[in-house]
Write a protein that binds this ligand. Structure first.
Ligand code: F0G
Length: 377
């Protein structure tokens, strides 16, 4: 959606706390009473000195989107899109999802009193997310194949049945909400633009929405500059990163994408033209990371900084680690990594992560074992 901001002044936001609706003048909602909210946005921008030192960076921040009401960044777009759906008189909403979109849509449609249908790739969605969808009372349809098949099915259903309102990231109102990620980063840094913003990329909605947000703040003269945008994908689900690295103007879809980061297990990302535009305009880049790099980054962020994120989110940290090693990111830069979803959403990594933990399995049954415990602690 286009807002013509040329010559416009910054709205008066003084005294409002950061949140999606702080910026309501830049949202496509006609009436305030249509707003359906669960208190989204206002997530922490955490200075990470311990991880920063390890990566040789003085100014590393993590914008932790897992702090949103359903545990992912999706809530920013969903509060706006559901509010708009209400204004448009919609009663039934639909999405295809790798998990977080469906968890968010299920919660917001419950709050709005709308019927919700979600299509997910069968057996490929993290347990916590499935639990959320079920608890919020959405109808779950498991589709054989990948997200890409689920998405095609959702598109076709919405085309055939007009009362089904599609809430995937091609819905323009979702991206309007998601752009507040950029507004908040700018506000939290006192309008100083970071040099580099790094995000995991699946369908590409979030990175393009963030770029739109930084652009609008520049148009309103709130920020002087825009950051460079870097997108990270899992190695075997990386059509966008491959196109960027190969300097191609189009992506080649990946057949049967694979990664433990199920949230970004997408072979044919629908927003790819917008992502390439954001990366090119910002003089950014894209990188790929392996599953073991993702798991290591997940562990490091949790153990060094106390921030527990799901594997897809850890891809941004894994990507930064690689970009520091190859010199793409310089020690003097101010870097913001966006972590998109909470770690508790995907308990399946416990098997893989617990192997690397030092643990003692002692039974305290008598005096001797308590003595043993005392000695090792
Ligand atoms: N991180 C997480 C935790 C996600 O759930 C997603 C996308 C992304 C990153 C990538 O964001 O698609 O805007 O580039 N999840 C979608 C879903 C596909 O259905 O929940 P994107």
């Amino acid at each position: 959606m286009k807002f013509d901001l040329t010559g416009k002044k910054k709205p008066s936001w003084d005294g409002r706390q950061i949140s999606v609706w702080k910026y309501r003048e830049l949202m496509p909602i006609e009436r305030e009473k249509s707003i359906i909210s669960l208190a989204e946005g206002g997530t922490g921008l955490h200075r990470c000195q311990r991880l920063g030192r390890k990566l040789g960076l003085k100014k590393l921040y993590v914008k932790n989107e897992g702090e949103n009401p359903t545990g992912s960044f999706k809530d920013r777009g969903m509060t706006v899109a559901i509010s708009k759906a209400k204004e448009l008189g919609k009663k039934k909403v639909l999405c295809a999802s790798t998990g977080n979109t469906s968890a968010s849509l299920a919660a917001y449609s419950a709050r709005a009193g709308m019927e919700c249908i979600v299509l997910v790739p069968k057996g490929k969605v993290a347990g916590g997310k499935m639990l959320q969808v079920a608890m919020h009372g959405a109808r779950i349809i498991q589709v054989k194949g990948d997200f890409d098949q689920a998405f095609k099915t959702a598109l076709e259903l919405a085309r055939r049945k007009k009362e089904l309102y599609l809430m995937n990231s091609i819905n323009p109102y979702r991206l309007e909400g998601q752009k507040t990620l950029a507004f908040e980063i700018s506000d939290q840094l006192d309008s100083k633009t970071p040099d580099t913003v790094i995000l995991p990329v699946g369908n590409g909605g979030n990175i393009s929405a963030a770029w739109k947000g930084f652009t609008e703040f520049q148009q309103l003269s709130i920020a002087k500059t825009r950051p460079r945008m870097i997108g990270i994908q899992a190695e075997k689900a990386a059509p966008i990163a491959k196109a960027v690295k190969g300097r191609q103007s189009k992506i080649r879809p990946v057949h049967k994408p694979q990664t433990i980061a199920t949230a970004i297990r997408i072979g044919s990302p629908v927003n790819w033209p917008k992502v390439l535009k954001a990366i090119n305009e910002s003089k950014g880049t894209a990188e790929t990371v392996t599953d073991s790099e993702i798991l290591q980054a997940q562990r490091e962020l949790a153990s060094l900084e106390g921030i527990f994120v799901e594997p897809a989110s850890a891809a941004s940290i894994a990507g930064l680690t690689k970009l520091r090693a190859n010199g793409t990111v310089d020690p003097s830069e101010t870097v913001v990594c966006v972590t998109t979803g909470h770690g508790l959403k995907d308990p399946s990594v416990i098997e893989l992560q617990s192997k690397s933990q030092t643990g003692y399995n002692l039974e305290i049954t008598n005096r001797t074992s308590l003595d043993a415990l005392e000695r090792i602690l």
